[in-house]
Design a protein around this ligand. Structure first.
Ligand code: AMP
Length: 389
């Protein structure tokens, strides 16, 4: 997800630039000013209250803003990011935005502030009044709006400066020049946003084979808790010794061990473009843990993929693996295979629902050949990756 707020005084050109940005980055546009003007046009009760405030140049209440923003976000749950214009306009609204994005398991990735001298702003707004007939673009009201901006809105900048996501840029010059400055900031921001995928599916669905290939193609870091455990056990490390017994019986290892494994890998790869997780989450607790770990490291989940194969196919693949040159200890006995599949069936529904609720889950038919499945997966990941850029 890419979430941007465009910031700056009235008349600085936020609306003009926003229109260019939403097209380029495929973002949902939320302009509180536009929403309020629409409410006024439709003569809703909220619009009528807002009208009296707007024509005087004041700010409408934070309560009213929460109401309209929540409504607007609820109609756009399936988007890959938001561009906020005219919001947050007070420090209270900055906290509101934090809460709203937290609910969506995301962040504000950057706030870009357009800066221009006051006399130029006034000139621009007076010129706009002639074109757009905005009732608040008359001289006396402009003065109030600029005063409101200095008193109530500038503190929002401090809030985001402290978070390290505030980027001031020059808002003067041609539309094209300003746009280039904006794109520069956004492209740098995008490079820092990780793309994280969770691969789900029953034992034998090909998560390992496909996960490694996807990681290679998309330049992501592949994290398989199973493979990490194999290494730890072979190295006789402390984690390995704790995990051995569970691992050999095909039982899932305690969550504390899973956390430690994942966190070590995240720390080892500070410059990665993102991760592909395989083997975690195995249950709902681990789904929450993974969310928490990603958030702690300033990132979040981008996509969940469920590899679907019929139970019988799963069973056949695992018993074939037992007879291959690369057998796993837990594939060698039929009752262990059955136990692992049963464990998967009993836990997976909740995990799938967890991600489905967030509209981040895609089902992929994994019953075909390795190449066929990879083709479908590649499309799904590429699509999500491009949409998130
Ligand atoms: P704008 O189109 O962003 O310049 O907004 C026009 C007017 O709508 C402002 O002067 C305010 O009266 C009101 N408004 C827009 N967004 C907000 C907000 N986030 N908080 C309070 N008032 C707002």
């Amino acid at each position: 997800m890419l979430n941007i707020a465009i910031f700056g005084p009235p008349g600085v050109g936020k609306g003009t630039q926003s229109k260019l940005l939403i097209e380029k980055y495929n973002l949902a546009y939320i302009s509180t000013g536009d929403i309020l003007r629409e409410e006024i046009r439709k003569e809703t009760s909220l619009g009528m209250v807002a009208k009296n405030i707007i024509i005087k140049g004041g700010l409408v209440s934070d309560e009213m803003i929460v109401e309209i923003i929540e409504k607007e976000i609820d109609t756009k749950l399936d988007v890959y990011g938001f561009l906020f214009d005219g919001f947050p306009r007070t420090k209270v609204q900055a906290y509101i935005l934090e809460g709203l994005l937290l609910k969506m398991h995301s962040f504000l990735h950057c706030m870009i502030s357009l800066e221009a001298p006051e006399n130029e702003l006034i000139e621009r707004m007076l010129a706009r009044a002639k074109k757009e007939n905005r009732k608040d673009d008359i001289r006396e009201v402009i003065d109030v709006r600029l005063r409101e901006y200095k008193a109530k809105t500038i503190p929002v900048a401090t809030f985001y400066k402290e978070k390290g996501v505030y980027h001031p840029i020059k808002g003067t010059g041609s539309i094209n020049d300003i746009n280039k400055r904006l794109l520069n900031v956004i492209d740098k921001t995008l490079k820092g946003i990780r793309f994280n995928v969770v691969l789900l599916g029953p034992p034998g669905s090909g998560k390992g084979t496909q996960g490694k290939k996807l990681a290679e193609k998309f330049d992501l870091t592949y994290i398989s808790t199973g493979s990490l455990l194999v290494k730890e056990i072979a190295n006789r490390s402390e984690i390995g010794d704790q995990a051995r017994e569970y691992f050999e019986k095909g039982i899932i290892v305690p969550d504390e061990i899973a956390i430690q494994l994942i966190e070590n890998e995240i720390n080892k790869n500070p410059n990665t473009r993102g991760f592909i997780f395989k083997g975690i989450p195995r249950n709902i607790v681990q789904a929450y843990i993974l969310d928490g770990l990603l958030r702690k490291h300033g990132t979040s989940l981008s996509l969940g993929i469920n590899l679907q194969v019929p139970v019988l196919e799963s069973f056949k693949r695992l018993s074939a693996r037992a007879r291959s040159g690369d057998p796993r200890k837990y594939d060698m006995k039929t009752d262990l295979i059955i136990h692992r599949i049963e464990q998967y069936i009993s836990q997976s529904k909740k995990v799938n629902t967890f991600y489905k609720k967030r509209n981040r889950m895609i089902e992929v038919d994994a019953s075909g050949s390795k190449n066929e499945v990879f083709k479908s997966l590649y499309k799904v990941v590429e699509n999500a990756f491009l949409k998130s850029r």
